[in-house]
Structures are given as C-alpha cells and as structure tokens.
Design a protein around this ligand. Sequence first.
Ligand code: ASP
Length: 283
Amino acid sequence: MNCLALIIHGGAGTIRPEIAGAARAGVERALSTGWAILEAGGPATDACEEAIIQLEEDPVFDAGVGAHLNRDGKAQLDAILMDGRSLQSGAIGAVERIRNPIHLARLVLEKGEHSFLVGAGAEQFAVETGIGLCDPTELITPYEQERWAARAAELTPGGTVGAVALDAAGNLCAGTSTGGTFFKHPGRVGDSPLVGCGCYADNESAAVSCTGHGESIMKIVMAKAAADLVASGQHAQAAADAAVRLLSRRTTGSGGLIVVDRSGRVGASFSTPHMTWAVKTTI
Ligand code: ASP
C-alpha cells in the first residue's frame, strides 16, 4: 500500500487563549475522521471533505457554523475542493444558506460542468442537487453576533479550515472552507476558494491549503507557489517555509499553509502568532 498522509488546519491568526484547547481538540477530531477514511482505503477527496465538514460544524472555527460575520452582520461562506488526479476543482463563494459549503463544493467538482459558483446561483445549484438550504441564522453563534455588534476585530476567535490528503491509490486532494475575514464588505471573496491561491492539488506535485490575509495570499498565488516549489524538488516543509517567506517579503499580510507531496512528505508553516494544525502519516 502507498503511504497515507493527512494534515488539517484550523486557521492562522491570533487565537484567543480560552478557545485554544477547543481548537486543538477540533482539528484532532477532524484528523481522526479523515484518517479513518484513508486507512480503510477511501479516497483523499472523501477524507478532506469529511474532515472539513466536521470543522464546519464546530463553532470554534471560521467556517460553516461560527463563521465571522460581514459588515451586514451576515455569514457569507466560501469553499473549494480540488482533486489532484484530474486537476478538477469545485468551489463556491459568498453563500449565505449553506451549512456545509465544502459538501456543495464537492458537488460542483463532481458535476464537472463549472468550477466556481457564487451567491444566489450557487444556492440554486444546491437546491437542484438536493441539498437543503439552511436558515442563515443557524450559522451565527452568539459570540460572533456580539463581536459584530461591538465591531471587535482585535483577536481572531478561530480560523478558516483546511485539509490536504494523500490516499492509498496515490491521489492528492486539498480543501479549504471559510467565513472569510471579519467585517468584510458584502460580496467580498478572498483567497480561500480560488484555485492556486487558498487551495491547490496536483498529483504531480503537492496538495496545499492556505489561511491568512486573503488579499495578500492572492497576490502571490500562494498554494500554487508552494506546489511549484515541491515540483522543483523541494521538500514539502521547505516549500511551506519558502511560501510564507515570499508572503512576508512581497506583501504586508501574514498567513500560513499546510502541504503534502505525492510521497507523503508533509509541511506546515505560518507567519501569524498561531496556526492550529494536526498531522498523521504512515511514513
Ligand atoms: N484566507 C481567508 C480569507 O481571506 C481568511 C483566513 O484564512 O483566516 O478569506
């Protein structure tokens, strides 16, 4: 059997000490969920999707339930899943009535006709494919509501989530899901659901999921930059470190990323004060 590898992140930022334990427990639980799928011989796409669904359901993270609210006080969610075998990706942006955006992204990927659906059209696609729309208030936690009312942006309560996996068949997958930045302009979409920026997967190089200041990450197309470094022969850890250095050198933003290559070598790096992440491999 090929090597298996899975890395999960729960976002880069400044994590409030009172939720640090819950964030760690959350990524560990998601790791176990995804790992059980890989160990049973399941595909990397399932492992990433199921791990991320678990994190979207966890109110500690900025994805699904517990997402940061935008300027209008609404949760507007973005997500992407990319299959390293086909290079096909499925992404959704700025949806307000989808409880598990990564699942809808998976359906966009599988249908294959388009790669990125946004807003009302993405929600229409959800209805057409049989996913129920949720009440937007289901996504809003009391903490996020109070923080929005106080416009208190100083500390990041919990982050974007992501997963990268290598399965027994040698296929790579990456996924990212987010509520975006706190108090963002309505309609703002960051790096997370953009191919090559917040997520990338190619069986010939690596699977990568990024987190941090989206407008900065987009400038350097960070996920693809890291995958290209792996393709040029760098170890996944060296590539992750170099991508973070590039972010610091060429932008004023900070962030982090997780990387797994086709041999199961892993890397994680960040320039923010914290990034919650967890890893398991058979190497
Ligand atoms: N990268 C996300 C965005 O800009 C936010 C984050 O990762 O914390 O939407």
